[in-house]
Design a protein around this ligand. Structure first.
Ligand code: CLF
Ligand code: SF4
Length: 299
């Protein structure tokens, strides 16, 4: 387990973490691996491009073979490290939102106890980050990703159809305004604890492609360190919008780079990914290929 020896020297400084975390830039993306534990079954918002699914044949966020019970997580990490000793990060990225249920925080607590030297990484839509940032930190998480697709309610309301908060459902610009406010509040609070915040934006031509620079500037002011732009996969209610081409993607990255470092090696991982991103996919070896599972959303 060479990587664990490397990790013994880790501290929470960004420059240290970025040498070991495959999604924080630097050379680590081709050297080290990440394991995603698909423990989060439900979502508390509806993005118009999100097609919730459980299967074994699609490589994209939001997809997993099935849901893992938190109590199986430590054993799963053990198996994953046997399959890929270069795993340095244990992440939770869905398939639903990681804060919509308590499963992710519960899982991180268990994994942190058993593997304190692995980096813990959480990905969320940010609706509940302001509420749980301290619990996330206390569970050992030191890097998070928040998906922010717009910081203007007029734009964000074209991307989400509704949110559910404290048992109430909100639509349109009201929903968008609450989501944006909560995301920025959450980013500010958790970055003050020293957690590295990466922001992901799904690039949607004609909706937020001219808005990327404003998002980057706003999330930087809130405390984000890194930015990642994910091209839209046209599906669900946004299936009529074509995916951005390389020129549009490049322009968005250049716009964002005026404010934040941009991560350019994202591999659009599934919620049950395992291995070095883009090099190895050990997910089916680790989780099996059971296709007869319930369908859930992604985060
Ligand atoms: Fe996973 Fe995401 Fe953590 Fe990485 S993935 S939760 S930050 S450990 Fe990485 Fe995969 Fe791109 Fe995500 S390549 S989809 S950026
Ligand atoms: Fe949006 Fe993720 Fe929820 Fe899907 S699972 S609706 S992409 S936050």
């Amino acid at each position: 387990m060479a990587s664990l020896n490397v990790l013994n020297k880790v501290n929470n400084d960004f420059s240290h973490l970025s040498k070991l975390h495959p999604c924080l830039g630097g050379d680590a993306h081709s050297k080290f691996g990440r394991l995603h534990l698909p423990v989060s079954p439900a979502c508390n918002i509806q993005c118009k491009f999100c097609k919730r699914d459980c299967n074994s044949n699609e490589d994209r966020p939001g997809v997993a073979n099935g849901i893992l019970p938190p109590t199986d997580s430590v054993e799963t990490v053990k198996k994953a490290l046997e399959l890929c000793p270069d795993i340095t990060v244990v992440g939770i990225a869905g398939p639903g939102d990681t804060l919509a249920t308590p499963h992710a925080i519960e899982t991180f607590k268990l994994v942190d106890k058993a593997y304190p030297d692995l980096i813990k990484c959480l990905s969320t839509n940010g609706l509940l980050l302001y509420k749980y940032y301290q619990d996330i930190y206390d569970a050992g998480v030191r890097t998070i990703t928040v998906t922010v697709n717009g910081v203007d309610p007029k734009i964000q309301s074209q991307i989400i159809s509704h949110i559910v908060l404290d048992g109430k459902i909100y639509y349109g610009e009201e929903a968008a305004e609450i989501l944006i406010k909560n995301q920025l509040k959450g980013i500010e609070a958790i970055s003050k604890l020293g957690v590295v915040v990466k922001v992901n934006s799904v690039l949607i031509p004609g909706i937020n492609d001219e808005h990327i620079e404003t998002i980057a500037k706003t999330v930087k002011e809130a405390g984000a360190t890194l930015y990642n732009i994910i091209p839209l996969i046209p599906q669900h209610d946004l299936s009529h919008i074509p995916a951005p081409d390389c020129v549009q993607l490049d322009k968005a990255r250049i716009d964002a780079e005026k404010h934040l470092e941009v991560f350019r090696h994202c591999k659009h991982c599934r919620a049950d990914a395992c291995g070095i991103p883009g090099k190895q996919d050990l997910s089916s070896k680790l989780y099996g290929t059971n296709r007869n599972l319930e369908t859930f959303s992604h985060g």
